[in-house]
Design a protein around this ligand. Sequence first.
Ligand SMILES: *[C@@H]1O[C@H](CO)[C@@H](O)[C@H](O)[C@H]1NC(C)=O
Ligand SMILES: *[C@@H]1O[C@H](CO)[C@@H](O)[C@H](O)[C@H]1NC(C)=O
Ligand SMILES: *[C@@H]1O[C@H](CO)[C@@H](O)[C@H](O)[C@H]1NC(C)=O
Ligand SMILES: *[C@@H]1O[C@H](CO)[C@@H](O)[C@H](O)[C@H]1NC(C)=O
Ligand SMILES: *[C@@H]1O[C@H](CO)[C@@H](O)[C@H](O)[C@H]1NC(C)=O
Ligand SMILES: *[C@@H]1O[C@H](CO)[C@@H](O)[C@H](O)[C@H]1NC(C)=O
Ligand SMILES: *[C@@H]1O[C@H](CO)[C@@H](O)[C@H](O)[C@H]1NC(C)=O
Ligand SMILES: *[C@@H]1O[C@H](CO)[C@@H](O)[C@H](O)[C@H]1NC(C)=O
Length: 578
Amino acid sequence: MTSTILLTFLLIGARIVVCQNATVLSATASTTSSGSTSFVTNIELSVEDLWDLYVGPVSTFSINTTVEPTPIPSSSLVPPPTLYYPPFPTGQQAPFQPKNETWKFPADFWYGVAGAAYQIEGAAKDEGRGPSIWDVLSHRATNYVVTNDTGDVADNNYYQYKEDIARIAALGIKAYSFTISWSRILPFGSGPVNEQALRHYDDLIDTCLEYNVIPQVTLYHWDLPLFLQNSYGGWLSSKIVPDFTEYARIVFTRWASKVHYWFTVNEPIVFCGFYPLPENYFKKVAIPEKQQPYVCGHNVLLSHAAAYHVGKSINRNLSISLKHNGGYKIPLTNSPADAEAVQRAWDFQESWFADPVFINGDYPSRLKSYVSTFLPAFSDEEKARINGTSDIFAHDAYTSDFIMAPDTGIEACTSNASHPLFPQCYNTTKTYANNYWAIGPAGDPGTPWLYKATDWVPAFLHYMQNTWKPRGGIAITEFGFSEPYEGLKTELVAILIDPVRSAYYREYLEAILIAVSQGVKVVGTLAWSIYDNFEWGQGYSVKFGIQVGFLGVLFFIFFLKPFHTPLSMVFADEELVR
Ligand SMILES: *[C@@H]1O[C@H](CO)[C@@H](O)[C@H](O)[C@H]1NC(C)=O
Ligand SMILES: *[C@@H]1O[C@H](CO)[C@@H](O)[C@H](O)[C@H]1NC(C)=O
Ligand SMILES: *[C@@H]1O[C@H](CO)[C@@H](O)[C@H](O)[C@H]1NC(C)=O
Ligand SMILES: *[C@@H]1O[C@H](CO)[C@@H](O)[C@H](O)[C@H]1NC(C)=O
Ligand SMILES: *[C@@H]1O[C@H](CO)[C@@H](O)[C@H](O)[C@H]1NC(C)=O
Ligand SMILES: *[C@@H]1O[C@H](CO)[C@@H](O)[C@H](O)[C@H]1NC(C)=O
Ligand SMILES: *[C@@H]1O[C@H](CO)[C@@H](O)[C@H](O)[C@H]1NC(C)=O
Ligand SMILES: *[C@@H]1O[C@H](CO)[C@@H](O)[C@H](O)[C@H]1NC(C)=O
């Protein structure tokens, strides 16, 4: 631990020169934030040194070269007994809506599955990958991951992707959305490019195309190259803008001819919310804690916009978008205070990133009145570059919440920076105003934010279309459900049946169909997730997979849930998708 902290200090003020496969830090005397002066000359850091100094040893798995797919066992293709489903659709909130046989998803509607590099790839140190902040968070930051799990091996997708893609194709799924590990392509985040990583993703993309599965690529899903965090504070510095842009340029240049759907950053509300990072593991920054997420967001918007323009300059036809997240916001009561709370919730969630990108290049007014005290306003030139930089409204929309004013009222919060809800100054609950019933069935206790609330999906889709008017329509780029207590089950037969998740997927898709029939343009959906995986702070304890993963040393076999997989079940029963 001492060496970690020491090096973090030494990096402050260092001038970084990147060579072929090592990074040379050369600095003259520099004064650290603690006031002491350190002298550093010509420290040469290899990728291996980054691992040794900041992460330590990682676990490996026996399959450590790219393998061909094994056949899908016919035993896993036995149809299950029918599950009970209520009439179309369920829910006490939405008025009962009988199915209309003329309703159809558009012919080019894509339904797919999603995964993210750190959550599924494994092979943490292999083939030149540099560490990301998540290698430190999972290995070093005490209790950051409640189970102490890491992504070292995860689903071993890095070596078994051919099998994963074969299974996606066998399920009849049209699209696979994966993310690229920035620190595989650029182990230091900038500087030398790792050709082996480029060749890996070449083959991953080619394998999708070979199986007729549409590849969709996200550039950034939270795995910030560690070196960028320690050099200048990662997303907290505007230095990240040229580095992200260069990374995007490398990736777009390589695959623009093969990949049509691109996403720049995944859920910035969440990853900007990681700031402040836990103390002692990363470079310290002087920005006050509550301001850090918004400084991150500012640099994210500038980085996203720059990347968008780079992609468009390479091929105007690419679909490039930022991935938003959030839920529908239902006023708890009809009071004016709750209505204002709902507006604050939109402004501090979706609109934070969606208004700049879709409406006018600028933050929404309620957010602006907070950030204007510490962030530079976007210049007119920046606004013009940010406005219009998403081709579709890509929304990770899992659930909904009731929104209400804080107990003290909104004004007592907005005027008091010490208020626990400052600066957002709205409160949320999963319980109706009767204070008794929940909004819907709960997911796993490890995901207290997730309840099934599919009744509000049509209203949510109308809101997205009316508010942000995305020219290319809306895609639900993540939706899914953590089947309650699945992590406690040990028998495969018990794990295979997912009653709540099945109802969630089925009714969510029915709700999309209703909205489509009412004129909302929805172009596709991506189920989260391709299989059970490393769910960040929850490790492997919560299960979102539409395939079961038995993770650990003994088993590494994925069991398909082909007919209990809610997607295929809906599609088989309802023939909703052609
Ligand atoms: C890069 O690393 C390899 C293997 O360690 C070494 O053989 C090679 O000389 C290095 N290249 C440079 C430019 O340092
Ligand atoms: C790959 O795994 C095998 C065991 O399956 C092991 O013997 C070998 O050392 C591993 N290779 C590397 C490069 O880790
Ligand atoms: C079914 O939907 C079509 C097109 O939206 C509409 O014209 C028709 O009236 C609907 N049928 C019923 C029974 O609601
Ligand atoms: C995780 O590791 C920490 C520190 O080593 C330990 O205190 C904690 O009990 C561990 N948690 C679990 C779930 O094993
Ligand atoms: C863009 O799309 C149009 C219409 O689909 C097509 O004619 C054109 O060749 C495409 N251009 C590129 C650069 O792919
Ligand atoms: C932002 O772009 C939209 C079209 O995408 C346009 O209608 C609007 O006028 C622009 N707003 C500003 C402030 O430039
Ligand atoms: C927020 O709402 C919860 C109930 O969901 C309540 O217990 C809590 O006191 C509220 N917090 C504030 C600051 O209003
Ligand atoms: C501001 O909020 C804090 C924390 O809730 C509270 O202790 C304090 O009394 C509030 N200050 C004022 C002026 O209301």
